[in-house]
Design a protein around this ligand. Structure first.
Ligand code: PLP
Length: 507
């Protein structure tokens, strides 16, 4: 990889230096490792002092955009503040040191916490049962569609081969349907952002296993015909899947269960605020309606009268789709979500919905006033909304990518770009409820400055970002030929032997 001067700690390496003072000292030499598998040479670690290590990683952390340092309006991803209390309580020694195989009688506190989390999620979604085991949103989707498949099979209904997915859907939806062995039938969205009902009516039939929807949709609008959609799909014998990655806009206001959905996954790391990004950690709890209860992934925490709490598994759920994670899911994330929900309480949940939609609608109005076009100008925002730069791209050449890159120079993380796919040159903007009005105003000012600059100096924008170590990446190469292995060709300092470096270092 081409590294910026101070990106790689190996470039500070000088033979003889070390930072061993903090290393845990093994009590005994590890035994039982066959001789052939033992290392012959020293690992290719950088030789640096402790102070160099501290400075290096502190500096790297400051190069990052993060929710703890900057406004991060990444649509669909819900980068809201993660309250510190969630961390400290989830890391109480009783939780942290508990062995996952500890017997139920030694784990009553943990199990009660998980049981109450299931109950709270059941309550906010209006479903009949909840399983906490999926480890990510996408895995929750897999669990949900696997339950739909198990349901149809249990009835001997084997002709249902299709899952209907609107064109606005998150990419994980069609991917999930395919992973579960279904064919995807895409249906269009109408000009106002709702599902095209005529297209839906034409698409359903005895081959329909179900539909995957989210409401609000990833277009940032609330699907107004959801009852009618539920009727059409149910009448055809299909089930309704709710992508509940982001419940921010509806918490305490509307429940997917009441809208007619049969199964839902929730991204606890988004709505219920645990630190996430870059691929983890996550938790994708699933909720189900009555008819899908027998198929839930196990284990599920149950309360046996006075007998206390325990994990119910295959013996209790013989029709379960099975296990999705080692043990019982991502305990650290689940505990944080539990604390978050307890801190908010019933009343706080409602405020999340009110302030996330207020912030989104404020930002929407301000950006419109500034001269940006909305993808759905006649619709109110939910927790997020879409700006389209189709007109600017034609007039001045300013694209969504340009705005995203120039925003970095202004100190803001970019909104989501080029998703949903059906809106050209789009920015999907999600301010979340935890931002102040000053922050939102600062963002609007930056957006206004970029719009103005696009009329006078588009070249500066095209070269952005100017204040970060790297400019623009070749995105295709970055995705297809990603190479983050350090090879010490650069000859700075006494670089370690190549073979060791290759096995031991990631950029
Ligand atoms: C984030 C997201 C997902 C996927 O969740 P992961 O935890 O990243 O797997 C699915 N659907 C929508 C709408 C999302 O925003």
């Amino acid at each position: 990889m081409t590294a910026h001067d101070d990106t790689l700690i190996f470039q500070r390496s000088r033979n003889g230096r070390s930072a061993a003072a903090q290393a845990p000292r093994p009590q005994t030499r590890p035994v039982g490792i066959p001789d052939a598998l033992r290392r012959r040479s020293a690992p290719g670690l950088p030789a640096v002092s402790e102070l160099q290590v501290v400075r290096h990683y502190t500096r790297l952390s400051q190069k990052n955009f993060s929710i703890d340092t900057q406004f991060y309006p990444l649509g669909s991803c819900t980068m809201k503040y993660n309250p510190r209390a969630c961390n400290s309580l989830a890391m109480l020694p009783g939780f942290l040191d508990r062995h996952p195989l500890a017997p139920a009688e030694h784990s009553q506190g943990f199990l009660q916490t998980m049981f109450e989390l299931q109950e709270m999620l059941r309550e906010v979604t209006g479903m009949s049962g909840v399983s906490l085991t999926p480890m990510a949103g996408a895995q929750g989707e897999f669990a949900g569609v696997a339950m739909i498949r198990a349901y149809h099979r249990s009835r001997g209904d084997d002709q249902r081969r299709e899952i209907i997915v609107p064109d606005a859907a998150h990419g994980t939806n069609p991917a999930t349907a395919i992973m579960c062995g279904y064919q995807v039938r895409e249906i269009p969205t109408d000009a106002s952002g709702d599902v095209d009902l005529e297209a839906l009516k034409a698409a359903v039939g005895p081959q329909t296993a179900g539909i995957m929807l989210t409401n609000p949709s990833t277009l940032g609008v609330f699907e107004r015909h959801i009852r009618e959609i539920a009727g059409i799909v149910h009448d055809a014998g299909g089930l309704l899947y709710y992508d509940g990655a982001n419940l921010n806009a509806i918490l305490g206001k509307v429940r997917p269960g009441d809208m007619g959905f049969d199964v839902i996954h929730m991204n606890l790391h988004k709505t219920f605020s645990t630190p996430h990004g870059g691929g983890g950690p996550g938790a994708g709890a699933v909720g189900v309606s009555k008819r899908l209860l027998p198929f839930m992934p196990v284990p599920v925490v149950v309360r046996d009268g006075e007998g206390g709490y325990r994990h119910a598994a295959e013996a209790d759920y013989p029709h379960s789709i099975g296990r999705l994670s080692a043990f019982a899911g991502n305990a650290g994330v689940l505990l944080r979500a539990y604390v978050y929900m307890r801190m908010l309480g019933r009343e706080g949940m409602t405020r999340v919905a009110e302030f996330s939609t207020l912030n989104a609608n404020y930002l929407l109005a301000e950006l419109r006033r500034t001269g940006f076009d909305l993808a759905f100008p006649e619709r109110r925002a939910t927790h997020e909304f879409i700006v389209t730069l189709k007109r600017q791209a034609k007039e001045t050449g300013l694209t969504a990518m340009d705005v995203a890159k120039r925003l970095l120079d202004h100190g803001y993380h970019a909104p989501t770009t080029y998703f949903p796919l059906l809106v050209p040159e789009c920015l999907l903007i999600e301010p979340t409820e935890t931002e102040s009005q000053e922050t939102l105003d600062g963002f609007v000012a930056a957006m206004a400055a970029i719009l103005e600059e696009s009329r006078t100096d588009i070249d500066t924008i095209k070269g952005a970002p100017h204040r970060l170590p790297n400019r623009r990446f070749n995105e295709v190469a970055a995705a297809k030929r990603l190479d983050v292995v350090f090879r010490p060709e650069t000859e700075t300092g006494d670089a370690p032997e190549a073979e060791n470096a290759r096995t031991g270092t990631h950029g």
